[in-house]
Design a protein around this ligand. Structure first.
Ligand SMILES: [Zn+2]
Length: 1142
């Protein structure tokens, strides 16, 4: 806007400031009012930029300071001030400088009994106070006393005034010095009394705004320590609890309830967790000592106050933290490859891990065809054709049929899929919906058949087995080891266990693909745990398969969080109603013995991956649970796996895991924990199923004290209710589908025994021993050469490498299920798997952190370290699995065999879908807004190809969730180090959700083990398609692959065309959909929505334009109607030209 044209407004403003002529001032105010009453806020901002605020403030000071102020001028002036001031960020400061604060306060005092004048002053004060330092100044000058005089005692005579005054007070109390003043003068008691009065008398909810403002006042005062103390002393918890108890379910009261909840949570006295120490119950001596310091002592009640800032700071002065701070923008770090610091000799040891490159396959000649076929007769190959590319086969029935590996079997299977997969999906959906309906609290889960006949059968079965299954050695506490520090290579009483298993298997024939209880028991003997576990969990031994249908995500019930929080507050207010009985505790094992006499659940977790530390019965059907910290650590509680028994059927039990650590969780967005019922398993339904309702995840009142590592660290509660299907059952509850180290070892064993060794080269080696003395397996899979002729050997040795690793984070059991799918697919008789084996050599390390998995850790190794932050300089002593994986990669790189793809399988707790993290220089620089000339950076965009392929072939994969940014904080992760140091362009982390999908065919569903395994299989298909797209792809391979894929088009078709035809991909992938209620992750959540600009505008308008009928209050001579008859002072030229949009 050119300067010349702006002169109209400036002339107007300067005339206003300099004029002492009443008529001119009135006219100008009238014109300004007219101008600003139409159009958008931009007009007001324009006026602010031209000194409008200063001009109005100056006029106010001049007009108010006369002996008898002229309210005909002052009232329209104040209204203009409010309108402009709300939109001027520096208004408070300007008012302070021009001494308008005092003037307004004095004006208010003079008009205490003059409602119309007073309300104008109050609005103006409210706008002044929006700047915290100005609010503090107003407090010093006695504004709070004035306001208290106006709002107390309770009266319904001047509600408009009271509303305005409480709103000013609420804004003033944002200043901590004002809050302190309020506490010192005892205003908190007054506010509580007012709250009670309004709450009790306003039965028809006419004055919600006043009640809300009073609560906001309390909310601000309780931001300071002395405020919280005064609040507790004045029985604030009791008062708010009592007044709000009956409103919880009332949605129209949301505005009030949410503030009450915030106050109650904030003032709930902080305490330490009911644990003797935050340190893990287990400790283990490791070479070089533990990495992170342990918490040694605990001083009771030594809590640091959270975020107590005693200075009044301006909210607008706080610098916004740079969002992309973490991005690596140093081109040198992005592009340069560090010098290899491994000697040739060190690398040479990995030659032994690549036997395929040196082996001469002499045995190929000696191995007779007879031998092979006799093996086949024994049915050893029965499972090889099992896991397939995008199956969409969602019934376990099909699952079992697929074991036929004959060509006919293949055909049968294909016919199964002749039906349009989309149609199949629809069928599945409707079925899922039906079963979901039944899954309401109080009812038995849908997987329990309601068929009468079967029920009879099952109950008979149970009673028959009851006696023996009550305490089989592998699900009871009989072998519990109490010596916590012993590191026994404990022997499970295999004979006995095997016998029991045999008996059970005879009664309940089990047939779970690639699972064998005997193999599991045998392998468990070699598993070394820190506690010396001697007991095996039933589901791990017995095995399980997916329930027939994937389960929908749980719909969040409205108000569930506040209901749970109220119940928590009730514990504080009515401690006599809390049972508070410790029913399980690793720290106090003697408590276990007294359990039989009391009516309560029994808990146990002394088995592999189990990690319950303590259980406290708080109400008859409610338990607080505490998870053990990672070994040699004082943190990382999130994963849980434990056994529960002695339950009553069809009763809702509430469980609260009270020492979780992550700030948010998918449990707030549809995810359910998993449960396995032994009775169900023995009745032929060995499923881990998603269970639980009334689930939510929120910050609780437990804090870590300053002696224990991170002072003031917060804890979070995961609460869920479960209705168990049977009386006196034995059930297992877990964060996610468990997958133990022993399960992996047994699985590898079965794979090795079952693969067709004529075709599959399957080498199971030991990469290294872990700190806990467990072998970390390395698996090599490729195709056997046709013969040991040099041509065939040559072909094998030239195959490119693919390296896949998983489970560096022990709590991410989903990554193991994906890995299971990958392994089973790669050794299968599926022709695509055959082609993959002929094309590549797969190096697979299925579990990078065996010790963590075994001991029930969530994140770390036995040294208390996150192993995925150790890739920059791992040591053979301290991080052997990482060291040797990196060594192997260096070796491959060194012999010119850099892997095509490196992928590290993980699980993600806060996002949906399956997705990649990769590395791109250009995307990183671009995202960081870097000025570096990116044209000098050459980057192969092929890092995008595999994710694009997976987006099409994997139902759970979502390219929109992928990120290819290189963060500084991730500089020591596998993905970044392998990309930068080894030079693998396609180096990825593959994250699988714990929850489910919000896009694609699985939209709205939680992932089960079947879907995770399918992801693992389709990942392999992705590698094949990637090869097809690459330049090195031979014409022979191309022809073979194309023929194969064409033949499978019916299976793949819908997947490949998913994104083009479906259009179902949602863009909101990062952000969760809004919940029915505000989820308070933290208690110090403060919303700036407290004062709504338009609300105040509206109040002004009501008063200004609608005459003074409102409360039947005052008449001061101003004829408001005149305001609506415009008499323009300035020329039309000005309005038309400048009124538009400056
Ligand atoms: Zn992870």
């Amino acid at each position: 806007m050119a300067e010349k044209e702006t002169s109209g407004l400036q002339v107007l403003l300067s005339t206003l400031q300099s004029s002492s002529d009443r008529e001119s001032i009135l006219n100008i105010l009238q014109v300004l009012t007219e101008l600003l009453s139409v159009g958008t806020d931009r007009r007001i901002h324009y006026m602010i930029s031209k000194g409008g605020s200063e001009a109005l403030l100056q006029t106010l000071v001049d007009s108010a300071q006369t002996a008898s102020p002229d309210y005909n001028i002052l009232l329209p002036l104040l209204r203009l001030l409010v309108k402009v001031g709300q939109r001027d960020k520096k208004f408070g400061q300007k008012a302070l400088e021009l001494e308008a604060l005092d003037v307004t306060l004095i004006l208010a005092r003079k008009n205490l009994s003059h409602n119309q004048n007073l309300i104008h002053c109050l609005w103006t004060l409210q706008v002044f106070a929006s700047r915290v330092s100005t609010a503090a100044m107003l407090g010093i000058n006695g504004a709070m006393e004035l306001l208290f005089k106006v709002i107390t005692p309770y009266s319904r005579k001047r509600t408009r005034i009271i509303r305005a005054a409480t709103e000013v007070l609420a804004v003033l109390l944002k200043s901590k010095s004002n809050s302190r003043r309020a506490v010192n003068r005892g205003y908190l008691n007054g506010l509580l009394r007012l709250h009670q009065d309004w709450q009790n008398h306003d039965t028809s909810n006419d004055f919600i705004q006043i009640r809300r403002s009073l609560l906001i006042c309390l909310k601000h005062i309780t931001n300071i320590q002395s405020g919280r103390e005064a609040f507790l002393g004045a029985q604030g918890m009791e008062i708010l609890f009592a007044t709000m108890q009956n409103y919880l379910g009332n949605q129209s009261m949301d505005a009030i309830i949410s503030i009450v909840i915030q106050i109650l949570r904030k003032c709930y006295p902080k305490s330490s967790l009911p644990l003797a120490t935050a340190n893990s119950y287990y400790s283990f001596s490791v070479p070089g000592g533990i990495a992170s310091g342990l918490a040694c002592t605990i001083n009771e009640d030594d809590f640091e106050e959270e975020g107590e800032d005693e200075e009044d700071k301006d909210s607008d002065s706080a610098e916004m933290k740079e969002e992309d701070d973490d991005l690596e923008t140093d081109l040198k770090n992005l592009t340069s490859k560090p010098v290899l610091n491994w000697t040739e000799e060190e690398l040479k040891q990995y030659e032994a891990m690549c036997l395929e490159l040196t082996h001469n396959f002499q045995e190929l000649e000696s191995k007779s065809g007879d031998e092979m076929s006799s093996k086949e007769e024994l049915g050893i190959h029965q499972c090889t054709y099992f896991c397939h590319i995008p199956t969409q086969t969602l019934s376990s029935k099909t699952y079992c049929q697929e074991k036929d590996q004959s060509p006919q079997g293949l055909e049968t299977r294909d016919t199964n899929l002749q039906e349009s997969p989309l149609k199949q999906l629809q069928i599945m959906r409707s079925t899922v919906d039906l079963t979901y309906e039944e899954q309401v609290p109080g009812k038995i889960s849908p997987y329990l058949s309601s068929n009468d006949q079967e029920e009879d059968f099952s109950s008979r079965e149970v009673s028959k087995t009851q006696a023996s299954f009550k305490e089989p050695p592998w699900c009871g506490e009989v072998c519990f080891c109490q010596n916590k520090n012993s590191f026994l290579s404990s022997s499970i009483r295999i004979d006995e266990t095997s016998e029991t298993v045999s008996t059970f298997l005879k009664r309940h024939p089990m047939d779970i693909p690639f699972h064998n209880p005997y193999t599991y028991i045998a392998k468990a003997e070699g598993t070394n745990s820190v506690p010396g576990f001697k007991v095996l969990a039933f589901p791990d031994v017995w095995g399980h398969h997916s329930p027939p249908f994937p389960q929908t995500m749980l719909e969040r019930k409205c108000g569930i969080q506040r209901t749970k929080i109220f119940e928590d507050v009730q514990r504080f207010l009515q401690p006599d109603k809390v049972i508070g009985r410790v029913v399980f505790s690793l720290d106090e094992p003697w408590l276990l013995q007294n359990n039989d006499t009391t009516e309560c659940l029994k808990f146990f977790s002394g088995f592999e991956s189990g990690n319950l530390r303590k259980a406290i019965q708080v109400r008859e059907f409610e338990y607080d649970l505490l998870i053990n910290a990672d070994v040699n650590c004082a943190q990382h509680q999130q994963w849980f796996y434990f056994k529960v028994s002695s339950m009553k059927a069809s009763r809702p039990y509430r469980f609260n895991v009270i020492n979780c650590e992550k700030v948010n969780s998918q449990f707030n967005y549809g995810m359910q924990p998993t449960m396995y019922s032994v009775k169900e398993a023995l009745q032929g339904r060995p499923h881990w199923v998603r269970v639980g309702y009334d689930i939510c995840y929120y910050k609780n009142h437990y804090r870590q004290n300053s002696a224990a590592g991170t002072p003031g660290k917060c804890h979070y509660t995961l609460t869920f209710s479960v209705t168990f299907p049977h009386n006196e059952d034995v059930c297992y509850l877990a964060y996610h589908y468990p997958y133990t180290y022993t399960a992996m070892m047994a699985h590898l064993d079965l794979l090795e025994k079952n693969v067709n060794h004529k075709k599959v080269y399957f080498q199971h080696q030991v990469l290294c021993q872990t700190l806990g003395g467990n072998p970390c397996p390395l698996v090599t899979i490729t195709a056997m050469p046709e013969s040991n002729s040099s041509d065939h050997l040559q072909q094998l040795r030239q195959r490119p490498y693919q390296v896949i690793v998983a489970r560096v984070h022990p709590g991410e059991s989903n990554s193991s299920w994906v890995m299971k799918g990958t392994l089973e697919f790669l050794v299968s008789s599926d022709p695509i798997a055959g082609l993959l084996r002929e094309s590549f050599i797969f190096k697979i390390i299925p579990m990078l952190n065996p010790d963590g998995v075994i001991n029930g850790n969530h994140r770390c190794s036995l040294r208390g370290e996150d192993l995925n932050r150790q890739w920059l300089s791992p040591s053979a002593q301290h991080q052997p699995t990482i060291y040797h994986t990196k060594g192997l990669l260096h070796y491959l790189n060194n012999i010119g065999r850099t892997p095509v793809v490196f992928c590290d399988f993980h699980g993600h707790s806060q996002k949906k879908n399956v997705f990649f993290y990769g590395c791109s220089i250009k995307e990183t620089l671009w995202q960081a807004g870097c000025t570096v000339d990116t044209s000098i950076v050459t980057e192969d965009v092929d890092y995008m190809t595999l994710p694009k392929i997976l987006d099409k072939v994997s139902p759970a994969f979502a390219i929109n969730s992928c990120s290819f940014l290189v963060e500084k904080s991730r500089a020591s992760t596998a993905r970044v180090v392998v990309w930068r140091e080894i030079g693998v362009l396609r180096s990825y982390t593959m994250e699988s959700t714990y929850c489910g999908c919000n896009q694609g065919p699985y939209k709205g569903l939680q992932l089960g083990t079947h879907e995770l395994e399918e992801m693992g299989a389709t990942f392999c298909l992705g590698l094949l398609l990637l090869q097809l797209k690459s330049l090195t792809c031979s014409s022979q391979f191309m022809a073979q692959a194309s023929a194969l894929l064409d033949a499978r088009e019916d299976i793949l078709g819908h997947q490949l065309h998913r994104s083009s035809s479906g259009g179902s991909i949602d863009m909101e992938l990062d952000d969760e959909p809004p919940c029915m209620e505000e989820i308070d992750y933290s208690t110090d959540y403060s919303s700036d929505q407290e004062t709504d600009i338009y609300e105040l505008d509206q109040q002004i308008q009501e008063i200004a334009l609608v005459e003074t009928v409102g409360d039947g209050e005052d008449k001061n001579g101003v004829d408001y109607r005149t305001l609506s008859s415009p008499e323009l002072y300035v020329s039309k030229h000005w309005t038309s030209k400048h009124g538009a949009s400056p």
